[in-house]
Design a protein around this ligand. Structure first.
Ligand code: NOJ
Length: 686
């Protein structure tokens, strides 16, 4: 729904957003200051040149959020090209449009910003040209560099990006260290910014006066990822993930970088309902989206993680025709549309991480008859979800990519989970001299690969669920077949990790950090919280919290991750998983303290029903919850799935109470959450 388009309206704030010319000499200390405000006039971004170098700062209600921070690049050849700048021209614009998501956590999203473009010209010969575009929203700021076509600059290499975020205080930050062996799969740490080193984004922070900030990026494509390195007490600088040869970005003019983003919120929940990252991505490029269908799935998956069956061939091979049919029967009986089958194709035997090149994406193991399985599934209204684990051997996958998707098409498969299990610089690249090089998952080489997979998949009408992915920067807006991804410690850590799995606070941090980038395939819904196969591991939540995760952790493809027998044994709580949708009209965050608790309500996109999920860390809580979000004048039956009175994640995780109440917009619920617990509610409109 387009309400209004690109316009050059003269809004009153533009009177405020004046261009203040302080001086014109190139080498003056402050040559020019140009200012732009958010539509509500609260956030202000100022740009200036200092000794020919670009700087910006950000204030909110005239208080500094980002002090003067450097912008720019170091190029490999002719580094002087991007120095000694003058402002050639500036441009301002305002934009206000409401667009509709193909699927998502909110149907209609308003994209309303004021834009300032600074066109810089260098004094070197030939003169370098660099444009910097700022978009200022009520909920934050995005800016990017555009390098226009210019004489003497064809293909070039970026050795460093100089972007800084010179924070105005030593904020509390939730972070994960960058350049680690296991990509993004670590627990978050919370410390003052002055104690971080080099960290991944989103980097979420709480200021002393109660604001919430998150630095990330949007529209990361054919560039490399930005991590943040601390320089000085709390000044952060872009630290770009390098190629194996040390170059950060290999590119050519004209080009545009990803957007550098700062989300600004008055409470933690507003970070979750900020759609700034999506707004900074290009609109949908796919003409036909009728085949893109969010949905739930079960799969031959958890049994492997528990060690009950294997990905590779042998007596306990999981992906057999008979086992797949068992899951299909279960899915059909419970109205679940998808069945994921992992370990169906050749390549899993021996060390598949080391020998990823051996994966064959069109060759099933002999005990898996894909024709029979997909025919059987179709006859029951269920679809197979494909699986392409690459072991990080992306070239092997690229060689087979089109065939792999054609193969899946032939069998009516429209969703594929991909995997890139490998560590450190474990992505194999063959360089110009035929030598093997190791690249990072988050470097430009691999980012190009992930993008190629999404675009090739779109041509074959295939949705992607990427594990060991590049971080989400909102490209699902442009390619809505890029459904969901992992990119943090998921549920699987509760099956086998040696550090005891995900502690109860983990899921109360994810919505404010990892999920600000986009949906996560966390794989909730484990009912067998303790398992005899793995006495040293367990799920560190109550049963009710597993249900609440379906609302709290958004994913358009969402798994009912446990074994069918565990669901069959617990039909009453399983009803919530059967009912809960995956595509939402709207999202409201009712409570949120990062690392402590969070309550989210979402309205179903295909009915009048609302759903609520509330989760806590290791502390029990009682959260007063007015139901003001419910539609006015409507009465609802609230189907409540709550922790039992003596429930406790550690000592009594299974106790759950399911009860019903009549409620409306004026009702107030007291959500009692056990330690490590949660509550899930379906509000059924009468
Ligand atoms: C890691 C993924 O996160 C997991 O879901 C998958 O089962 C294994 N890799 C094997 O591909």
């Amino acid at each position: 729904m387009k309400m209004s388009g690109h316009s050059k309206k003269s809004l009153p704030m533009w009177i405020l957003a004046a261009v203040i010319l302080i001086g014109s000499a190139i080498r003056e200390a402050t040559a020019q200051v140009t200012t732009v405000f958010s539509p509500d006039s609260i956030i202000q971004v100022s740009f200036k040149l200092v000794d020919g170098q670009p700087f910006y700062n950000i204030t909110r209600f005239n208080r500094e959020l980002i002090n003067d921070s450097r912008l720019g690049f170091v190029l490999k050849e002719k580094p002087e090209r991007f120095s000694g700048f003058t402002v050639a021209s500036t441009g301002q614009n305002t934009f206000d449009e409401t667009w509709t998501q193909v699927w998502g956590e909110k149907k209609d999203i308003r994209n309303h910003y004021n834009e300032l473009t600074i066109r810089l010209a260098g004094t070197s010969s030939p003169s370098g040209r660099l444009d910097i575009v700022f978009r200022v929203y009520d909920d934050g700021v995005g800016f990017r560099y555009e390098i226009p076509e210019q004489s003497g600059l064809g293909a070039f290499e970026i050795m460093d990006e100089l972007t800084e975020f010179n924070l105005a205080g030593d904020h509390k930050a939730w972070w994960q260290k960058a350049y680690q062996w296991n990509r993004y799969e670590y627990l978050y740490r919370a410390t003052p910014v002055s104690q971080i080193d080099t960290v991944h984004t989103p980097l979420t922070m709480e200021t002393a006066d109660g604001l919430f900030l998150s630095i990330h990026e949007a529209a990361l494509n054919d560039y490399t990822s930005m991590t943040l390195e601390r320089r000085g007490e709390y000044k952060l600088k872009a630290n770009l993930i390098p190629w194996s040869d040390g170059v950060k970005v290999k590119t050519r003019a004209p080009m545009k970088t990803p957007w550098r983003t700062l989300q600004i919120a008055q409470n933690a929940g507003e970070l979750i309902t900020s759609y700034l990252i999506l707004n900074l991505n290009e609109p949908n490029k796919l003409a036909d989206v009728s085949w893109i269908r969010p949905g739930k799935y079960v799969g031959i998956w958890w049994e492997m993680h528990l060690g009950k069956s294997t990905w590779g061939s042998g007596p306990t091979h999981g992906a057999t025709t008979a086992n797949a049919k068992r899951y299909i029967d279960f899915a059909a009986k419970h109205g679940i549309g998808g069945v994921l089958v992992e370990g169906w194709n050749l390549g899993w035997d021996n060390d598949w991480i080391k020998y990823g090149d051996r994966f064959k994406f069109t060759k099933p193991y002999p005990d898996f008859n894909i024709g029979e399985v997909t025919r059987y599934a179709a006859s029951k209204g269920v679809a197979l979800i494909g699986h392409n684990e690459t072991g990080g051997a992306v070239l092997n996958y690229e060689r087979q990519l089109e065939d792999a998707f054609k193969f899946y098409n032939k069998y009516g498969v429209h969703a594929v989970k991909t995997g890139y299990v490998n560590y450190g610089r474990g992505i194999k690249r063959i360089d110009e001299n035929g030598r093997e090089q190791g690249e990072y998952h988050h470097g430009q080489f691999t980012i190009r690969h992930y993008q190629k997979v999404v675009e090739t998949a779109a041509k074959s009408k295939i949705m992607i669920d990427a594990h060991e992915p590049i971080k989400d920067t909102g490209i699902r807006r442009t390619y809505p077949n890029m459904m969901t991804r992992e990119g943090s410690r998921g549920q699987e850590y509760n099956a086998w990790s040696e550090d005891g799995g995900n502690p109860p606070e983990h899921e109360t941090i994810l919505p404010f950090t990892r999920l600000l980038g986009g949906p996560m395939d966390y794989t909730p819904g484990i009912f067998g919280l303790l398992y005899k196969e793995r006495p040293n591991n367990r799920v560190n939540t109550t049963l009710a919290k597993q249900l609440a995760l379906y609302v709290v952790l958004y994913s358009p493809l969402n798994m009912a991750a446990d074994l069918p027998e565990n669901y069959e044994a617990n039909p009453a709580p399983f009803k919530f998983i059967e009912d809960v949708p995956v595509d939402w009209e709207d999202t409201r965050v009712l409570h949120g303290r990062i690392g402590d608790y969070v309550t989210i309500a979402r309205k179903d996109r295909n009915s009048q029903d609302w759903y609520l999920g509330s989760i806590t860390d290791e502390n029990g809580r009682a959260l007063e919850t007015p139901l003001y979000f419910l539609d006015r004048g409507k009465t609802y039956i609230a189907e409540i799935y709550r922790d039992g009175d003596r429930a406790d994640w550690k000592t009594n995780p299974y106790e759950i109470k399911i009860e019903q109440r009549k409620v409306d917009q004026s009702s107030v619920l007291l959500l009692r959450l056990a330690p490590g617990g949660g509550q899930a509610i379906r509000f059924m409109a009468l």
